[in-house]
Design a protein around this ligand. Structure first.
Ligand code: COA
Length: 335
């Protein structure tokens, strides 16, 4: 048995400011009932002035390091997944690098939207198994609230998203039979549907400049989504990749103790669980409280499961995502 990767600590952080469905109904033509019924969301968090992605990422990372019993100086790399970076460049990971005060270790951002965390976990897994890295910080971090259209025109998207960050420390370990570790990760993408859920401006696809008053007047600096199309693909791809991953690890659905689904819409996850005949108590959610935090949703949910002792040593946990790109992924770990 060789080297493998295991998560040794988790952490999360959300802004203090709670935005309820009723708060949104004061900004746009929507209702608590509509949002709750279609999505399961009751409230989400939004940053306040002066609070930025790196603040959330730093707090989540420090908690993950503390839980792992490690200092930032023990890390030998940082991978940060986000679709809402601190600045256009450099990546948010570089600002986090500065905050954590680490030595000259490499860091980079990874862009795979709501599947970003699982893509980043797959990268960390590969890096560690290859022997190139021993201890990595993997972060998912989003500030959506400053990038969404909080008027009636943008209501289909605006009500769904929230701000937050989740982080994990991933470390190399000698593989032991039935020991903790990442067993399998499977990643997929379908660029054909890139424009079904996207934010086009500012973008280098525009000439001669990336952002103009016209683009803003046309509201093309806000995300756009074909909600029904996304829903349909999510409920097909999530079970598909979840089963593919379990199969690759020679596991069955019944073996898994906990299923952590990306928190895009409670109805999507209920539908997936129903199709696979997974009992609801094995699918925790936090979308009611935080909405969809894209790359941060899964590590936030994982941190809650660990700290509430819903996920205990020796148990099997499956994580599955679907999002813009389209991108979808699944991982199975022994805790
Ligand atoms: N409040 C009130 N009404 C709203 C609304 C809101 N926030 N957003 C949209 N509506 C209206 C629409 O304008 C439409 O009105 P119309 O019938 O007069 O045209 C009506 O509600 C139904 O819209 P529709 O988009 O068909 O609703 P839906 O049942 O598909 O639910 C979503 C919308 C967004 C909840 C659903 O499509 C969804 O969750 N899709 C997946 C989204 C997702 O997961 N995205 C992230 C992936 S990572």
């Amino acid at each position: 048995m060789g080297l493998h990767a295991k998560i040794t600590g988790t952490g999360m952080h959300v802004p203090e400011r709670v935005v309820t469905n009723d708060d949104l109904a004061r900004l746009m033509d929507t209702t608590d009932e509509w949002i709750l019924q279609r999505t399961g969301i009751r409230e989400r968090r939004h940053v306040t002035e002066g609070e930025t992605p790196v603040d959330l990422a730093q707090a989540a990372s420090e908690r993950a390091l503390e839980a792992a019993g490690r200092a930032a100086g023990d890390l030998d790399g940082i991978v940060l997944a986000t679709l809402s970076p601190e600045a256009d460049f450099p990546g948010t990971s570089f600002f986090l690098h500065d905050r954590l005060g680490v030595a000259e270790i490499p860091c980079f951002d990874l862009r795979a939207q709501c599947s970003g965390f699982l893509y980043a976990l797959a990268v960390a897994n590969g890096f560690i198994r290859s022997g190139a890295f021993r201890r990595l910080l993997v972060v998912g971090c989003e500030v959506h609230s400053t990038g969404i259209d909080l008027t009636t025109e943008g209501r289909d998207v605006a009500v769904l998203f929230g701000d937050g960050a989740g982080a994990v420390v991933v470390e190399a370990d000698e593989e032991k039979p039935d020991g903790p570790g990442i067993l399998e990760v499977r990643l997929h993408a379908q660029g054909r549907y890139a424009r079904k859920l996207w934010l086009e401006a500012p973008g280098s696809g525009f000439w001669p400049v990336r952002i103009t008053h016209e683009l803003i007047d046309e509201r093309r600096h806000f995300p756009r989504m074909d909600g029904r199309f996304v829903f349909k693909h999510a409920v097909t791809r999530m079970p598909e990749v979840l089963l593919e991953t379990l199969d690759a690890a020679s596991l069955k659905l019944e073996d898994v103790d906990l299923f952590l689904f990306h928190q895009a819409n409670l109805r999507i996850n209920e539908y997936v669980a129903q199709q696979l005949e997974i009992p609801a108590e094995r699918c925790p959610s936090n979308i009611e409280r935080y909405g969809n935090c894209s790359a941060a949703s899964i590590p936030m949910l994982l941190d809650e499961a660990v700290r509430s002792r819903r996920l205990r040593p020796g148990q099997l946990v499956s994580m599955t995502s679907f999002g813009s790109g389209f991108s979808w992924a699944s991982a199975v770990l022994r805790w």
